[in-house]
Design a protein around this ligand. Structure first.
Ligand SMILES: Cc1cc2nc3c(=O)[nH]c(=O)nc-3n(C[C@H](O)[C@H](O)[C@H](O)COP(=O)(O)OP(=O)(O)OC[C@H]3O[C@@H](n4cnc5c(N)ncnc54)[C@H](O)[C@@H]3O)c2cc1C
Length: 382
């Protein structure tokens, strides 16, 4: 426990001293935040969720949430790269064979191995848990071919957790997950990531053309990919994205509350923008939204950790709530920031763009509400 707190304290320091000062430059040049990851790796952050027997800290979802919120306050692109790494490592730690674990987890614990997820496909879009690609039998192994539409850390990660339907699949949820190492023959990154926000996270499309894997590369039992996505990936991803949204919103709130106190009007005898009731009203709305999202996230984490059967509805709902709260907060902050924010001074405009990603990252907010509605009414999700 003491070690987890020490790692989280190092994360906070790195976020303030390494991530935040570089965030605007990374956004403007759209470059992968390699030196940020090096700093996080050296501080043990990339090993936060790795079990102690493999050299990691043995942290769990609440620790992940704290780490990502803090990172997103400094640089949301770096936080998203870290989240995808956490999702990949948690999947291997939970379902991988001993051989797979030994091949990846110790390096990740040392900060020398970066992982990511290659799930989303052009054919099924935001319904990432239902890939349209299908493996083919190749002697005793398989050939993977897929058109992956967004892969965070594409070309930068050391390994990719790839989803695909089983050879001869019975349906869209008859899925396997494979670990594909960097440099595997047939794996190519298609172009650069040109997204609106999270400009540094290299979420480019990638193609797998007859990538050869054997059964040792499979994560979990034959056909276990879909339940693994629901049991392991989904809670980490949903809670992680919600934490990042809250981190962005918190940073925007801090920026704008400072700005409205410092912005003074000469024609009004030096009165601050903060003295105007309508400004105070908007700040109040932001504060209430932020606290509501944080409370929902904490409740969701509590239920998930307690194994509460009702946790799934909140795991689905919390990403939608946190991303929408974040969008509302950064939008109001942009209004109050006026020309200062619009002129890209202070970093608020970057946060406004970064905040947009969470709502469309799968499952998108609309899809999540479809799920929450069904679950609340007792209607099967799939
Ligand atoms: C910055 C970023 C990083 C990403 N990183 C990764 C990654 O590392 N790995 C990975 O696998 N993927 C990644 N993705 C992909 C992501 O998870 C989604 O798959 C992708 O954003 C979906 O885009 P799409 O245009 O195909 O959505 P579409 O499927 O075309 O959906 C478009 C919109 O339609 C609506 N919609 C669709 N279906 C329904 C429904 N049933 N009910 C209600 N509304 C619906 C929603 O509003 C949705 O936003 C990333 C995406 C972004 C933006």
């Amino acid at each position: 426990m003491a070690e987890i707190e020490a790692v989280l304290a190092a994360n906070e320091k790195a976020s303030r001293e390494v991530l935040a000062p570089r965030a605007d430059e990374i956004d403007q040049t759209r470059r992968f935040p390699r030196e940020n990851l090096k700093a996080l790796g050296a501080a043990g952050i990339l090993g936060l969720l790795i079990p102690q027997q493999f050299g990691g800290t043995g942290g769990t979802i609440p620790d992940m949430a704290r780490a990502l919120e803090m990172e997103a306050r400094g640089c949301a692109s770096t936080a998203m790269v870290t989240l995808m790494h956490y999702c990949a490592m948690a999947t291997i730690a939970a379902k991988g064979s001993d051989e797979l674990k030994k091949s990846v987890l110790p390096g990740a614990a040392r900060g020398e191995h970066l992982g990511t997820l290659a799930f989303s496909e052009a054919g099924s879009g935001g319904h990432f848990y239902m890939p349209v690609s299908e493996a083919r039998q190749n002697g005793s192994g398989k050939l993977l071919s897929a058109n992956k539409s967004f892969v965070t850390s594409a070309g930068e990660a050391d390994s990719y957790v790839v989803s695909t339907r089983r050879a001869g699949a019975s349906g869209p949820t008859d899925v396997n997950l494979y670990l594909v190492p960097k440099g595997a023959g047939g794996f190519t990154v298609r172009g650069k990531f040109e997204g609106l926000g999270l400009a540094g996270n290299a979420s480019a499309p990638a193609t797998l053309s007859d990538v050869s894997v054997d059964d040792k590369a499979r994560i979990g039992d034959e056909g276990s990919g879909f339940p693994t996505m629901l049991e392991v990936v989904l809670p980490h991803f949903q809670i992680g994205v919600a934490s990042i949204s809250i981190g962005i919103a918190s940073a925007a709130f801090d920026l704008i509350t400072t700005r409205v106190r410092e912005r003074k009007y000469e024609q009004a005898g030096g009165a601050a923008l903060a003295s105007i009731p309508r400004v105070q009203f908007l700040v109040a709305e932001m504060a209430i939204e932020l606290n509501a999202a944080k409370a929902y996230l904490n409740e969701t984490i509590g239920k998930a950790m307690a194994g509460d059967p009702a946790a799934m509805i909140d795991v689905l709902g919390v990403k939608a709530k946190a991303s929408e709260s974040c969008l509302g907060i950064v939008s109001r902050a942009m209004t109050l920031g006026g020309g200062w924010a619009f002129g890209k001074r202070g970093g608020l405009e970057r946060m406004f763009r970064d905040a947009q990603a969470a709502a469309v990252m799968a499952p998108a907010s609309d899809v999540l509400k479809d799920f929450v509605g069904k679950a609340s009414l007792g209607i099967p999700l799939f």
